[in-house]
Design a protein around this ligand. Structure first.
Ligand code: F3S
Length: 64
């Protein structure tokens, strides 16, 4: 599973970081979330899904 964050949709609500601090961080300007890892580690898929669902802007896409 891979994570992508649409910078045009992300408004910096940080719900993804709260739900999955091991998977998301902020860019240098702290404006947009970024995936911290290219691939979601095995077993972390449910956490990634919770984080994506928590984003009020629907900025997070998960792909297999
Ligand atoms: Fe951005 Fe959504 Fe996270 S708005 S900071 S991707 S909760």
């Amino acid at each position: 599973m891979r994570i992508s964050v649409d910078p045009d949709r992300c408004q910096g609500h940080a719900q993804c970081l709260s739900a999955a601090p091991e998977l998301f961080g902020f860019d240098d300007e702290a404006e947009h979330a970024l995936p911290l890892q290219e691939k979601v580690p095995a077993g972390q898929e449910p956490v990634a899904r919770r984080a994506a669902a928590a984003c009020p802007e629907r900025a997070i896409t998960l792909t297999d």
